[in-house]
Design a protein around this ligand. Structure first.
Ligand code: AP5
Length: 185
């Protein structure tokens, strides 16, 4: 299965991606995690990405697209993958579609995790992982970026018949069950 998880910051993408990928036996590919690991090791990619991430801005598309293309060409992703946090705008979605098409593949499903803005703010403020982008101001900005850049993907994938919108409120287990049910359909 080739899957994409879309949703606002704090919707639970990372939490659900972990469980769903393990259940389906496919690798979870999180651009946020990859960027944070690079920031942590102060690699050239991390140095480049840090200022954007700290400000809640998207890392430039060329950087992100190349990173994902390289990761998807690894052997463990040949039979499927779950993308968490990518694509994040229509331009990234077009590049992903072109790259998959070139490899004779395509996405099977896109899951939108729908959670209210107030609830995601609460979740992120109480996350307690020391993320520089989890301050009130940066969270608000990340939500604005989500609405202007990423939310249009919901319509983009609906038009292509790939979208499954799932209620992301409730317990982690309840949300996982909804996602797996949506994927069965
Ligand atoms: P990224 O790491 O993708 O951050 P995000 O989208 O803002 O999402 P979060 O990781 O904050 O939240 P999540 O939806 O994964 O929720 P989580 O499971 O953690 O990106 C960070 C930055 O990297 C971006 O701002 C950008 O700069 C850059 N970047 C990444 N991808 C990019 C791309 N494609 N293009 C350009 N730039 C990119 O859950 C949140 C909290 O809620 C946790 O504490 C969790 O325990 C809790 N929680 C989860 N589910 C529940 C539940 N059901 N009930 C109660 N609490 C819950």
């Amino acid at each position: 299965m080739r899957l994409v998880l879309v949703g606002p910051p704090g919707a639970g993408k990372g939490t659900q991606a972990e469980v769903i990928a393990a259940t389906l036996g496919i690798p979870k590919i999180s651009t946020g995690d990859i960027f944070r690991a690079n920031v942590g090791h102060a690699t050239p990619l991390g140095v480049q990405a840090k200022a954007y991430m700290d400000a809640g801005e998207l890392v430039p598309d060329e950087v992100t697209n190349d990173l994902v293309a390289a990761r998807l060409s690894e052997t463990d992703a040949a039979q499927g993958f779950l993308l968490d946090g990518y694509p994040r705008n229509v331009s990234q979605a077009d590049v992903l579609a072109e790259n998959l098409q070139r490899a004779g593949a395509g996405l099977d499903a896109v899951v939108e995790l729908a959670v209210d803005a107030e609830r995601v703010i609460e979740r992120l403020l109480s996350r307690g992982q020391g993320r520089v982008d989890d301050t009130q101001d940066v969270i608000r900005h990340r939500l604005e970026v989500y609405v202007s850049e990423t939310e249009p993907l919901v319509g983009y994938y609906r038009e292509r018949g790939l979208l499954h919108s799932v209620d992301g409120h409730g317990t982690v287990d309840a949300v996982t069950a909804r996602i797996l049910e949506a994927l069965k359909a």
